[in-house]
Write a protein that binds this ligand. Structure first.
Ligand SMILES: Cc1ncc(C[n+]2csc(CCOP(=O)(O)OP(=O)(O)O)c2C)c(N)n1
Ligand SMILES: CC(=O)[C@@H](O)[C@H](O)COP(=O)(O)O
Ligand SMILES: [Mg+2]
Length: 587
């Protein structure tokens, strides 16, 4: 058989192909994605599940004039391959390479930038409303959204709005019955019923929101997909196509173990077997959190824990397996998770709410209005805080210190290592105020982190290294880089670790600073409004005449690359810091 993929650069190249050729193309694209992702890593299962859908969409619609908006965008590899980026696909998620998500600046075919979920219907509806206003009545606007993402508040808000418009919006629900972890909630059972034909058409929830509903149809049946999409294209107003697909389709292991193969890392492209990660250092921070919380929950029946859709990613799964009544996944619902935590806390439980730093951005009002304002002692376990690597700008956990800093009543903690994270979790069990603990993506370099529990003084500023002339004020795990960078120094630089970023004891800090010529603050978060900014304010308010250097993430979005490359870009790597320290010391 002559390969089809080499003949395809852009969607226009699809139009002349026969159904059989398009089916062959689907197989070739699957092979191509498996070949590249097995070597580079990245999101696998979601893209393998939408190969036929993506071909059908680009075959039927006239992109980029018709707008195609992917939800989350982790399933858009096929879309990238079909829209002029096949040759660059090997650079996916690498520095200066393709982004792992659709991005307006990368291609005119990427109608909307994504990474966080449940935005697609709002964005596509907005585009559809704009098209109507401009009299562009022939343009279609398609949002492709998964079954886990459509259960989120934003998606519901958009459906509710779309139903009272005459906008040319087509929502394609890609229902594979799983998110990263198994989908949860009542909507999941509803979709199940619809698929099993148990739900009478008159009782269709989507229809009752004024959408024309079609489905469910087999999302791997190219012929059926093309037929339905052609029909929908010719109609106007809000329409809804429900398709069913298999996440990981085409790679046996990915189909059978969908959670693991959501983003499996490197694997054998033939067998699908995962390859060992040789660079791995001891235990992931998420496991230090998840396994410690499990131990605490075994001892303390008052502990309750919540994750919005990341049981595996946050390692809350350990507690969920043993205590399903006290550890729950609420789905992609960060806002709900935060307010729910407040409610359960008021009911007398010690609530740990595990959220990635980047996703907590969604729940800022809930943090302020529902938790901090009422000083409800929820414990936020902020995972993936700092630079996250290949997911890039949409997923960086670099804003939390700055956005939490502004909230009264809230304590912010950033442990220096795995042991301190463990002891912090233990210490906080009887806490009476809201608190946020931030810890990074990736591995701890401490091997024996499972030490006996001990209460620690959270607010104590820790003297890590003595020095006479300059002081480094560091917070969080970036301390490791600071100490490595200072390996040359005997007693010029003092190093202090701030486990507690907020509140700070101003008098203690003023005393600490006195006697030094230079202060260098270091944090793995944005400089503007971060830890360093607060130290600067104290220095200014107290009229202290001292040289100050703030290290942190600069005022730009940090794109995809390895964490080490990103640290370098931000001047937080060992080499940069060492050169800086030497310059300060004048050696
Ligand atoms: C606001 C937000 N919360 C959490 C995530 C993490 N996340 C990425 S993909 C995903 C699951 C999406 O499931 P679904 O919509 O069903 O798509 P599928 O992966 O099954 O194709 C989650 C929870 C996110 N990207 N955005
Ligand atoms: C697309 C998405 O939002 C998630 O799949 C995310 O990439 C997970 O990140 P971690 O790999 O840090 O769990
Ligand atoms: Mg899904």
């Amino acid at each position: 058989m002559t390969p089809i993929l080499p003949t395809i650069q852009f969607p226009a190249d699809l139009k002349s192909k026969t159904l059989e050729q398009l089916q062959q193309l689907a197989d070739e694209i699957r092979r191509f994605i498996i070949d590249v992702v097995s070597v580079n890593g990245g999101h696998l299962g979601a893209s393998l599940g939408v190969v036929e859908l993506t071909i059908a969409l680009h075959y039927v619609f006239d992109t980029p004039v018709d707008k195609l908006v992917w939800d989350v965008g982790h399933q858009a590899y096929v879309h990238k391959i079909l829209t002029g980026r096949k040759a660059d696909f090997e650079t996916n998620r690498q520095k200066n390479g393709l982004s792992g998500f659709p991005k307006i600046s990368e291609s005119e075919y990427d109608a909307f930038g994504v990474g966080h979920s449940s935005t697609s219907i709002s964005a596509a509806l907005g585009m559809a409303i704009a098209s109507k206003l401009k009299g562009e009545n022939d343009i279609q606007h398609v949002a492709v959204i998964g079954d886990a993402s459509i259960a989120s508040g934003m998606a519901f808000e958009a459906l509710n709005h779309a139903g009272v418009t005459n906008a040319n919006l087509i929502v394609v629900l890609n229902d594979n019955a799983i998110g990263i972890d198994p989908s949860v909630g009542a909507l999941k059972s509803y979709l199940m019923q619809v698929k099993q034909g148990e739900n009478p058409k008159s009782n269709n929830m989507i229809k009752s929101l004024n959408f024309k509903y079609v489905g469910p149809i087999d999302g791997h049946d190219l012929k059926a997909l093309i037929h339905e999409l052609q029909r929908l294209k010719a109609k106007s107003g809000p329409q809804f196509l429900h398709i069913t697909t298999t996440k990981g389709k085409g790679l046996k292991q990915a189909e059978e173990n969908q959670v693991l193969y959501h983003a499996p890392g490197k694997f054998d492209k033939i067998t699908g077997d995962l390859l060992e990660n040789n660079t791995q250092k001891f235990t992931k921070y998420q496991d230090v959190f998840g396994l410690t919380l499990l131990e605490l929950a075994q001892q303390n029946p008052k502990i309750f824990a919540i994750t919005p859709a990341m049981p595996t990613g946050s390692s809350l799964k350990y507690m969920m397996d043993q205590f399903p009544e006290r550890a729950i996944d609420v789905g992609i619902a960060e806002q709900h998770a935060v307010t729910l935590a407040a409610g359960i806390s008021l009911g007398g439980f010690t609530v740990f709410c595990a959220i990635y730093s980047t996703f907590l951005q969604r729940a800022y009002d809930q943090l302020i209005h529902d938790v901090a304002l009422q000083s409800i002692p929820v414990i936020f376990c902020i995972d993936r805080a700092g630079l996250v690597g290949e997911d890039g700008a949409t997923h960086q956990g670099v804003f939390d210190i700055a956005y939490l800093q502004a909230i009264p009543n809230l304590t912010i903690l950033a442990p220096k290592d795995a042991v301190e994270l463990r002891q912090t979790l233990f210490t906080l069990q009887n806490n009476s105020k809201p608190v946020a603990i931030r810890y990074p993506r990736g591995y701890s370099s401490v091997e024996n982190w499972k030490v006996s529990f001990e209460k620690i003084d959270l607010s104590k500023i820790q003297l890590i290294k003595r020095g006479k002339k300059a002081a480094v004020f560091s917070t969080g795990t970036i301390l490791e880089n600071v100490l490595e960078a200072l390996s040359f120094d005997e007693d010029y630089f003092a190093v202090h670790h701030f486990l507690q970023i907020k509140p700070l004891n101003k008098t203690e800090i003023v005393e600490l600073i006195s006697g030094f010529e230079t202060i260098i603050t270091v944090e793995e978060g944005v400089i503007k409004g971060g830890f360093g900014s607060v130290i600067n304010q104290i220095i200014l308010a107290n009229n202290i005449n001292i040289k100050v250097i703030n290290l942190g993430v600069p005022d730009v979005f940090i794109e995809h690359a390895t964490v080490n490359e990103q640290l370098k870009q931000c001047g937080l790597d060992v080499e940069f810091m060492q050169n800086l320290f030497k310059k300060v010391q004048n050696v």
